[in-house]
Write a new protein. Structure first.
Length: 137
């Protein structure tokens, strides 16, 4: 990652002055792919056995969560496997996310998600990458 890929926070005030975030947020070039429906592990001759993914932009991020821009409304409390691609990182991070809130934003939705700490994901690598980006600022 380069120092120029990240800045602290965002200039918009979506919360009316109230900010319940536990971690500093960074704005960054990132993309998230959510697995909305799992693919069939054994296709059994079915022509289309692939799952359904939703690609979202990232408004800001921290070690504990992300604010996404989504074309679809997502239900609060939903858990999804996610792949997060950050700026210059060579490998995407495989994480599990939980939808905390979802609000209309013009034709799209802003979605606040929490990253779930899970041994089967790249949670530790994610926190290290975000911490490293914050130190570089």
């Amino acid at each position: 990652m380069k120092d120029t890929d990240y800045t602290f926070g965002t200039s918009d005030d979506l919360y009316g002055g109230q900010d319940n975030r536990l971690h500093y947020r960074l704005t960054a070039r990132a993309r998230v792919s959510l697995e909305l429906e799992a693919s069939d592990p054994e296709p059994r001759g079915v022509p289309d056995s692939s799952g359904r993914e939703l690609v979202c932009g990232v408004r800001d991020l921290s070690t504990g969560g992300l604010r996404l821009i989504s074309e679809e409304q997502l239900a609060a409390g939903a858990l999804f496997p996610a792949t997060v691609s950050l700026g210059n990182e060579t490998e995407p991070f495989r994480l599990t996310i939980e939808v905390i809130w979802c609000r209309p934003n013009g034709a799209d939705y802003l979605v606040g998600v929490r990253i779930v700490e899970c041994l089967q994901t790249a949670y530790v690598e994610w926190t290290e990458a975000v911490a490293s980006a914050m130190e570089a600022l």
